[in-house]
Ligand binder design. Structure first.
Ligand code: FE2
Length: 368
């Protein structure tokens, strides 16, 4: 096997925090499912009403649906680990998550998304309150993240007041820095000028950029310009040219994290949940052994592994949206008040040096 090319393998681990999950067929340190490159292994939403175990329907000993439901029910998250070419996931309880993240050094960062400051409809009349909860959750982590990624829709209507409020709120987060990419709600009326002036000062073009952090290459992309209602995201020629040049000098063993607002994989094209020219962008990553793509926009957790690329979308801090095709159209989804915080959340990401591990942990605001 090409040593630079990793073949993903999913390993479900349960640290014993949830007997129900263990009962569903998950075992500590058991390798339960393998997949090969270019094969979609899993596309699964994180259920908001996660309180029961579903039967295993895939005859491989892994009850993935139950697994994900357990995860939310336990108020925990999923840890994705890429280690020595192996991608693994496991459940971590919040108190142990960060402590277990960096046994060999490395770093962590947190992704938040879709804060929609200014939104005040019944789906969530207090988006400031729920963002504050997300910030409190970050600040309660045993180890402060090195930085935050905000994957867009900071505001609801791109007003100065909304941007001000978001900016002020995030000044309270204990993290070294906050990196942003815009959502379509941040580039209304002015093609994103105000957004770039405030949150994308060092970016190129419409707001794209890259940076390196402790051996990992991060790329923030913009795929929300000129978005038509229900239309797919779009990167455009200039950004694609820049992207090709940006990754050209990198070694194939460099771990890469790409973040953008609209998913770079096609989740549901009827609702515009995908990016029209993402295939071109992804073609530039084919030679890399570890590529993680983090998105927002759809306000729910969806994940897919295809080839060497792990795709992941984050929950919103503001309001949920329906699962793909489960409603006539996308948009804010009202859930019972007591369930709202179980469908909002954030994503912690961890990189472990030496073990080449990159991990993604989703956790909800329930109990925050
Ligand atoms: Fe959004």
């Amino acid at each position: 096997m090409d040593p630079e090319r990793f073949i993903p393998e999913i390993i479900f681990l349960v640290p014993g925090i949830n007997p129900g999950c263990v009962r569903s067929g998950l075992q500590t340190n058991s390798k339960l499912m393998k997949n090969t490159p270019n094969q979609i292994t899993e596309t699964r939403p994180l259920a908001g009403d996660a309180d029961q175990i579903d039967p295993n329907l895939e005859n491989d000993g892994v009850d993935r649906r139950g697994f994900l439901k357990c995860m939310a029910w336990a108020g925990t998250g999923m840890l994705w680990t890429i280690s020595g070419g192996v991608l693994a996931s496991k459940i971590l309880s919040p108190p142990n998550a960060a402590a277990a993240d960096n046994p060999m050094g490395g770093f962590s960062f947190v992704q938040i998304s879709d804060s929609h400051i200014g939104f005040n409809k019944p789906a969530n009349t207090d988006v400031i309150g729920t963002l504050k909860q997300a910030i409190a959750k970050i600040n309660a982590l045993p180890a402060a993240p090195d930085f935050i990624l905000h994957t867009g829709d900071l505001s609801h209507l791109s007003t100065p007041e909304e941007f001000d409020a978001l900016d002020q709120l995030l000044k309270g987060v204990k993290a070294g820095r906050i990196f942003y990419v815009p959502g379509e709600h941040d580039v209304l009326n002015d093609n994103g000028k105000q957004y770039r002036d405030r949150f994308g000062k060092d970016s190129k073009g419409d707001g794209w950029y890259s940076f390196d952090h402790k051996g990992v290459h991060f790329i923030g992309l913009v795929n929300v310009m000129n978005l038509k209602p229900g239309g797919l995201g779009f990167l455009g020629h200039d950004q694609l040219e820049w992207l090709e040049d940006d990754v050209a000098p990198l070694s194939a063993s460099t771990p890469i994290v790409v973040f953008a607002h609209v998913p770079l994989w096609t989740i549901y094209p009827d609702w515009g949940w995908g990016t029209d020219d993402s295939a071109q962008a992804l073609s530039y990553f084919k030679r890399f052994g570890s590529v993680t793509v983090l998105n927002g926009h759809i306000h729910q957790v969806q994940q897919k592994i295809e080839g060497g690329v792990s795709f992941h979308t984050a929950m919103s801090t503001a309001f949920p949206q329906p699962q793909p095709g489960a409603a006539p159209s996308p948009g804010p989804m009202k859930v019972p008040a007591e369930k709202l915080r179980s469908v909002l959340g954030l994503t912690s990401v961890n990189y472990i040096q030496g073990a080449k591990a990159l991990a993604v942990v989703d956790s909800t605001l329930a109990g925050a």
